[in-house]
Each structure stands twice: as structure tokens, then as C-alpha cells.
Design a protein around this ligand. Structure first.
Ligand code: APR
Length: 243
């Protein structure tokens, strides 16, 4: 197999999805068959669901916070930390995962495209989102210190827009003109959720090289130059040639 060469003329954009956390034992929405305690996931992960029953939403996210607090990064996360240490500013990690495992592993240049389970924001005022590990499992809704409104998890829910600043950071990395060649690697993502699924085409538009590491074929596999089929925790640690 052709190696993924990470040398001083390379800049690398990585996109991760639920598959990268799977070997750490994090359950995915799809793994839950679209239901949580018999509620459709949209009821606990959408603005409409939050308006209808914010306490239920907090119970769901409290369970996820508690679950994610106990899980540990796996060798796939660790490999990405080593790549970043090698490449420095020529590395960027965009993740669709909200579990915080990349940061826990030691990754620093992380864009949390879908938000972060351990951040909270106000549903009713524009205060800056803040780090928060608190849980509210018993039917209560935490209140905002600034406006008295309802606090909510800082997660991009169904039907919500991604943060334009996050998309700009990814776009600027793709478009950067510093004489380096762009490589894009997607891992553990089904290629079915946008805009993440379209990054491969943005990279191809600037003649970047594209890699997919996934357990099964993704919805957009044919858009990648290289497809390495396997578990990310097994493939990533030996995939790259750091020179
Ligand atoms: N290693 C590599 N790939 C894996 C592994 C593994 N250990 N385990 C599973 N996979 C693959 C699956 O084959 C699947 O193609 O990871 C992919 C996970 O796909 P999804 O569950 O659709 O996850 P993702 O692409 O991250 O979903 C995007 O959708 O559920 C919403 O907002 C949520 O961020 C999520 C978004």
C-alpha cells in the first residue's frame, strides 16, 4: 500500500466521525436506531425538541456527559496527536464528534464542527459558550447567570447551522497558499452528513490528495483518491510516514 507521506512540504487536514470514537466505546446516534428511551433522537437533539421539553433534553445530555467522562482515547486518536506534533501549524483536525476525545488525547488544533458535549450556551441570549461538565438528570433545566434564560448544550442540533467561524477556519486551511501541498484524510465517517461530506470536493478543487480510512465503504468513497478499509484504531497508527 502507498504510504501517506507527511513531510515538511505537506499540510494535512483530518476529518473524523463517529467511527473514530467507536473503539473507545462511545455509542452513536445511528447505533441507537434513532431512539433514546423510546424518544426519537430529534426530540432530544433539535431546537423544537428543546422548546417542547428542555428537561428531557438535559436528561439525555446528562447521560451522554456522564458516559463520555469515563471513556478514553484509543490508538486512532493518539496517532493524530503524533501527526500534529510532527506537522505543527500544517495540521488541522475537524471533528464531527462532540465527545471531546481528541482534546483529551492531546490534539490542539481542533475544530468541533458539531459542538462539544462539555460546553454549554444560553438558548436565550448571546453569551459566549462556556466549559461545563455539570449534569441535570432529574428533570431540571439550568438557568443562565446573565439573562435568567434557559441554558442548553453547545451542540449543533438537527436543523441548525454550523458555526460560520468553524467553517471559515477549515476553508482557510484548504485555501492556504504557503507552497505546501494539501492532503485530506477522513476517518470513521459515513460521508452522509453535510457539509462535512463535501470537504473532499473542496480539497480536490485545489488539487489536494485525498484519503479515506473507514470500516465500510462511505457514501462518498469514490470521491477519494485512496480508500483504506479497516478500523481507525488499527489503520491510523501505521498509515503515515513521518519524514
Ligand atoms: N474505524 C473506522 N470506521 C469505523 C469504525 C472504526 N472503528 N467503526 C465504525 N466506522 C465507520 C462506519 O462504517 C461508518 O461508515 O464510521 C462511520 C460512522 O458513520 P456515522 O455513524 O454516520 O458517523 P458520522 O459520519 O460521524 O456522522 C456524522 O451525524 O449522527 C450525526 O451529528 C452526528 O456527528 C454526527 C454526524
Amino acid at each position: 500500500m502507498e504510504p501517506l507521506v507527511l513531510d515538511s512540504r505537506t499540510r494535512l487536514l483530518v476529518l473524523t466521525g463517529a467511527g473514530v470514537s467507536a473503539e473507545s466505546g462511545v455509542p452513536t446516534f445511528r447505533g441507537m436506531n434513532g431512539l433514546w428511551e423510546n424518544h426519537p433522537v430529534e426530540a432530544v437533539a433539535s431546537p423544537q425538541g428543546f422548546d417542547a421539553n428542555p428537561a428531557l433534553v438535559w436528561r439525555f445530555y446528562s447521560q451522554r456527559r456522564t458516559g463520555a467522562a469515563d471513556v478514553k482515547p484509543n490508538p486512532g486518536h493518539d496517532a493524530l496527536v503524533r501527526w500534529e506534533q510532527h506537522l505543527g501549524d500544517r495540521f488541522l483536525l475537524a471533528t464531527q464528534n462532540v465527545d471531546g476525545l481528541h482534546t483529551k488525547a492531546g490534539s490542539q488544533r481542533v475544530v468541533d464542527m458539531h459542538g462539544n458535549l462539555f460546553r454549554t450556551k444560553c438558548a436565550d441570549c448571546g453569551r459566549v459558550p462556556f466549559a461545563d461538565t455539570s449534569v441535570h438528570p432529574s428533570g431540571t433545566v439550568p438557568k443562565c447567570d446573565s439573562c435568567g434564560g434557559r441554558l442548553r448544550p453547545d451542540i449543533v442540533w438537527f436543523g441548525e447551522m454550523l458555526d460560520p467561524n468553524d467553517l471559515a477556519r477549515i476553508g482557510e486551511f484548504i485555501q492556504r497558499q504557503d507552497g505546501t501541498r494539501l492532503v485530506f484524510l477522513a476517518a470513521g465517517t459515513s460521508g452522509a452528513v453535510w457539509p462535512a461530506a463535501g470537504i473532499v470536493d473542496e480539497v480536490r478543487a485545489v488539487r489536494g490528495d485525498t484519503w479515506l480510512v473507514n470500516y465500510e465503504s462511505a457514501a462518498n468513497t469514490e470521491r477519494f483518491h485512496h480508500f483504506v478499509q479497516g478500523l481507525s484504531g488499527q489503520v491510523l497508527p501505521t498509515l503515515a510516514n513521518l519524514v
